[in-house]
Write a protein that binds this ligand. Structure first.
Ligand SMILES: *Cc1c(COP(=O)(O)O)cnc(C)c1O
Length: 385
């Protein structure tokens, strides 16, 4: 049995006619950059999240970059963020000449430890970028308190978390000053290419973001600030508007699949060997990430048996070669390093079938049960040699 990590064709098939009609609308209008489709999407996403404003941009990475620019981050500034995240979270900080200051993660949630943020504050701290990794909201209450007192911006990397809710029922992206979404095709709300959005409740920030995404021109051809081309195009917006209507149902399906995995793992008797992701009501499961022993070998075994998995992420950012000059050492952020060695993302996409999930768990059980006999095997091979 084949179990892909994601099956976008299965998502597309039932909405094909709707998507084609939306794309036709743009083709007939011949209005491709920003414009009414983008404005409509901005309103719809803002409303979906419960934010006042949405500003569509060219990608999730650019959403983070423009948000940091609007927060005034530049050379000499420090930005506190998680080491266990996608590269873009820190890449944008460095691109603005600022310094990423990495904090470790909580082993249970994979999100940055809010207690550690306090210890990394300096007079240069300009912003904090918590990441809602895998679709689970980071704990922001204490971070908001720390930041609020000092005028530090909190910019949520909600690239994987559209529609996620925190403990207090707040929606990912609307908790801090600005929230950044990615519509990369593999995200829960995925475009037919690159796209992203920033949401905020602050009218001044929204205005800055809108100006920065068109090279800082306002009015056009008059520049008081230097921005860039961070525009969202109408075809992507039209596709996203169709998909947004299905997002709640897709999220429910992901949650159902997570629940099925929990039941299947409980039946398999693997609880002592496999750590499942935290079961939190607001989780939207962009990924279903487990921790396992002998992760890389298990991954090859699963691949041989038709199950696609992925490692998000194999190297924590403080140990990336390009950040060597920041001076972090191995062992400095132990939970991030441990996670990088143990995590494995299983297929969780909405269209996944029960038989496929059964197959995934069965293959993991087969592998780990064989592993239990490993001492036997090595004794056997020692006798041979
Ligand atoms: C996907 C992602 C991004 C970047 O989004 P793109 O649209 O690919 O540029 C940033 N941060 C996190 C945590 C992501 O998962």
């Amino acid at each position: 049995m084949k179990v892909p990590l994601l099956d976008l064709q299965a998502q597309y098939a039932p909405i094909r006619a709707e998507i084609r009609a939306a794309m036709d609308r743009v083709c007939d209008a011949q209005h491709f950059i920003l414009g009414p489709e983008v404005s409509a999407l901005e309103e719809e996403v803002a409303q979906f999240c419960g934010a006042r404003f949405g500003v569509g941009v060219s990608s999730g990475t650019d959403a983070l970059l423009v948000a940091l620019m609007a927060a005034g981050v530049g050379p000499g500034d420090e930005v506190i963020t998680s080491s266990f995240t996608f590269f873009a979270t820190a890449g944008v900080i460095v691109r603005l000449g600022a310094r990423p200051v990495f904090v470790d993660i909580d082993a249970g949630t994979f999100n940055l430890k809010s207690e550690e943020v306090q210890t990394k504050l300096t007079s240069c701290t300009k912003a904090i970028v918590p990441v809602h990794l895998f679709g689970l909201c980071a704990e922001l209450s204490s971070i908001l308190e720390i930041a609020g007192d000092r005028g530090i911006h909190v910019i949520e990397d909600a690239a994987q978390a559209i529609g996620a809710g925190d403990r207090l029922g707040r929606s990912a992206g609307t908790i801090g000053d600005m929230g950044c979404f990615s519509f990369f095709p593999s995200k829960n709300l995925g475009a037919f290419g690159d796209a992203g959005m920033i949401v905020t409740n602050d009218a001044d920030l929204a205005e800055s973001l809108r100006v920065l995404r068109v090279h800082g021109g306002k009015p056009k051809y008059y520049h008081r600030v230097v921005g860039g081309n961070f525009r969202l195009d109408a075809l992507q917006a039209a596709v996203l508007r169709v998909k947004l209507k299905h997002l709640t149902a897709w999220t429910e399906a992901r949650r159902r699949n997570a629940q099925r995995y929990r039941e299947l793992f409980a039946e398999s008797g693997l609880q002592s060997q496999v750590t499942l992701p935290q079961d939190t009501p607001g989780h939207i499961y962009n990924q279903f990430v487990i921790r396992v022993p002998r992760r890389d070998e298990l991954r090859s075994f699963l691949r041989q048996n038709g199950v696609e998995t992925e490692i998000y992420y194999p190297v924590p950012l403080h140990l990336q070669d390009c950040f060597a000059d920041l001076g972090y050492r191995k062992g400095e952020l132990p939970e991030s390093e441990k996670a990088a060695a143990q995590v494995l993302a299983l297929p969780i996409y909405p269209e996944l079938l029960m038989e496929q999930q059964r197959h995934v768990v069965e293959q993991i059980r087969r592998y780990l049960d064989d592993g239990a006999q490993a001492p036997e095997l090595s004794r056997g091979s020692a006798a041979v040699s």
